[in-house]
Write a protein that binds this ligand. Structure first.
Ligand code: ADP
Length: 500
């Protein structure tokens, strides 16, 4: 059979088989190549993606670094601002504020050029803080700013300019004027308005200005404004306090010398009253004596008509003696010439004595007496005859000015360190105007009762002197038509006044 198949066919079959095998191998390889190509493509895409991501990471990292830097800068700026603010807010001296600012701006705020201009008198700028500028630069800047009405108006309106966000033309003019590349220019404002500017700037090779710087310098300018305002207010208060003190001193001196003068006049008056009273007393005693002799008929019988006149002479002489004695008392108590005979006195007994003494008056007028005294009040060291005079005077007045059926109440109670006595009546009362003058010597209210009943207007003045000589106080509460209360106190422990 083998011989039947010719050799060429065998060869061809072999070749065919080999071809088939080869072709199938090639097809397989191609398939693998295609697969590999797909894989390669995928790989490439992954690489591309990775590359993109790496780029993104690098970009983000850069941005983060930048943000971090910006944050660090802001933090540093804020710390510097806090420090500067603390420094300038702890002094109330304007010069000291700028002195501290000068140091702090240069050491803490890291700008190459700093300038603070503040209005002096007549709205002329003065440089208060300057670094990075010569004197000529500052003069040049001041004269240019003062001429730039638009800039001044914008600053007055509270506008801040910076190289980061000002209009181009403005940036150019400011960078040119201050010879910087980056800057912040902000107004100093107070309650009274615009008073100056704060400028900070850097040259071209230094770091630029961000919005953070702008904010920072604006806050600093506000702080400066506030500190200056406080310092000026303090100075004003201090100056007015000083002038007030001088005025008070002057006034005190004037008052002291006026008081001295009043004391001298009062002394002269007392001496005069005392001398005149003495001089009057002697002839008055004679008049009274002769009148009595005549009335007694010792010089012969006298007709009734004459007797009546003599009685009048006697009565008027008595009034005059009373007046003279009261005048003498006042001047004596005033000059301390009345000796107080102090003795421990039971005040309830003293009030009872006065009641006994005045009972006829009460009966005549038809007025009731009420005593409301605290039984436990201690004995007081007083001149009882003098204090009795006070009671008699106040109660007699109360009877005089209280209508029939009225009542008079005498109270005694402990009030802190004093015993307080109140004499209340249901009488005509006293107006506010009269109350003010009632303790003045010779002062009498102009009313019907006073027109009919004679009086000296000295009783209350004497009472006041006696109470004060005992270290006490006397005052009145009254309402017209609604009765009157006279209050007076006497200290439980005698004061120096009474002891001397
Ligand atoms: P005099 O009684 O001699 O007038 P005083 O100094 O004792 O002098 O009193 C001064 C004036 O005070 C009296 O004239 C009277 O007008 C007024 N006065 C005093 N006590 C009373 C009172 N209890 N009620 C109303 N007026 C009074």
């Amino acid at each position: 059979m083998n011989q039947l198949i010719p050799i060429y066919i065998k060869s061809m079959l072999i070749i065919l088989a080999i071809s088939v095998i080869t072709i199938s191998l090639i097809v397989k390889k191609n398939n693998r190549i295609r697969k590999l190509q797909i894989l390669l493509h995928k790989l490439k895409r992954s690489f591309y993606n990775l590359d993109e991501q790496a780029k993104l990471i690098v970009k983000t990292d850069l941005e983060l670094n930048k943000a971090q830097e910006e944050l660090d800068k802001r933090l540093h700026g804020l710390e510097a601002l806090q420090k500067t603010s603390r420094l300038i807010s702890t002094t109330l001296d304007e010069n000291e504020i700028f002195h501290r600012l000068n140091q702090s701006l240069m050491t803490d705020l890291d700008y190459e050029k700093n300038l603070i201009l503040v209005y002096g008198e007549n709205k002329i700028f003065y440089s208060r803080v300057s670094s990075g500028f010569s004197e000529e630069d500052v003069h040049f800047i001041i004269s240019n700013i003062e001429k730039d009405v638009n800039l001044i108006n914008a600053l007055i309106n509270g506008n801040t300019f910076s190289s980061a966000n000002a209009p181009k033309q403005r940036i150019e003019s400011i960078t040119h004027l201050f010879d910087v590349e980056h800057f912040v220019l902000t107004p100093i404002l107070t309650q009274n308005g615009f008073i100056g500017i704060v400028f900070v700037g850097n040259r071209s090779n230094a770091p630029g200005i961000t919005e953070g710087d702008e904010e920072l310098i604006s806050i600093l300018a506000n702080q400066i404004g506030q500190s200056i305002e406080n310092a000026r207010l303090f100075e004003q208060v201090f100056l007015s306090h000083q002038s007030l003190e001088t005025k008070v001193l002057d006034r005190t001196k004037q008052l002291e010398s006026a008081l001295e003068e009043v004391k001298n006049i009062s002394k002269t008056k007392s001496e005069f009253v005392s001398a005149v009273s003495h001089e009057l007393r002697t002839p008055l005693t004679s008049i009274k004596g002769y009148a009595s002799i005549l009335m007694a008929g010792k010089l012969g019988e006298i007709p009734d008509k004459v007797k009546k006149r003599l009685e009048k002479i006697n009565m008027h002489s008595d009034n005059l003696v009373k007046l003279i004695n009261e005048l003498l008392d006042i001047s004596r108590i005033e000059s301390g010439r009345v000796e107080m005979h102090l003795e421990k006195t039971n005040m309830l007994n003293l009030i009872e004595n006065v009641q006994d003494l005045l009972t006829p008056q009460f009966k005549n007028k038809g007025v009731n007496w009420v005593t409301e005294a605290d039984e436990s009040i201690p004995e007081l060291l007083i001149d009882s005859s003098q204090v009795e005079r006070v009671f008699i005077n106040l109660i007699s007045n109360a009877v005089k000015f209280t209508p029939t059926d009225g009542s008079i109440t005498v109270r005694a109670k402990k009030e802190n360190e004093d015993i307080q006595f109140d004499i209340s009546d249901t009488g005509i009362g006293i107006s506010k105007e009269d109350i003010k003058r009632l303790f003045d010597e010779f002062y009498r209210v102009d009313n019907n009762i006073n027109q009919n009943v004679k009086g000296t207007g000295l009783g209350l003045a004497v009472a006041k002197k006696i109470v004060e000589a005992h270290g006490g106080k006397i005052w009145i509460s009254s309402e017209e038509g609604n009765g009157t209360t006279f209050h007076f106190t006497i200290p439980i422990q005698p004061t120096n006044k009474t002891e001397s």
